[in-house]
Design a protein. Structure first.
Length: 131
């Protein structure tokens, strides 16, 4: 039986209405694919606390979790991911890629130009549809 992992991801938008996209490094699972940054929810942690903690750890910046934008379960070959995508406001510092290969800011209409991790695609499509 495949393990199910509960994960959070942040949609961080800047003043130019661009969304932060993160390229998974070659040593991560699902390498060289784009994602919304985030990570695993720890035991007894709610999704809003988890996304704030993960962004501080991964991007060295502080966000405020606003609301759940999208929830999706995706089955990969070896595990299942239950992804909670949360809209966030950037509060302090500029995001820095410490675990990812690269960060980029893109307008909603340009999100499809990247090769996304499969679990992130439904949220990307919802963002592009303006929902």
């Amino acid at each position: 039986m495949k393990k199910t992992v509960k994960v959070v991801a942040a949609i961080i938008e800047n003043e130019q209405n661009e969304i932060l996209c993160a390229l998974r490094s070659s040593n991560m699972l699902i390498p060289n694919r784009w994602e919304f940054p985030g990570g695993k929810v720890e035991k007894d942690e709610d999704i809003y606390t988890a996304v704030v903690r993960e962004i501080k750890e991964e991007l060295c910046c502080v966000v405020e979790a606003k609301k759940l934008f999208h929830e999706h379960t995706h089955e990969y070959d070896t595990f299942i991911i239950n992804l909670h995508v949360i809209t966030c406001n950037l509060i302090e510092e500029t995001p820095v890629a410490t675990e990812h290969s690269k960060l980029t800011w893109l307008k909603r209409e340009n999100l499809s130009s990247l090769e996304w991790a499969p679990a992130d695609i439904p949220a990307v499509e919802k963002l592009m549809a303006g929902k």
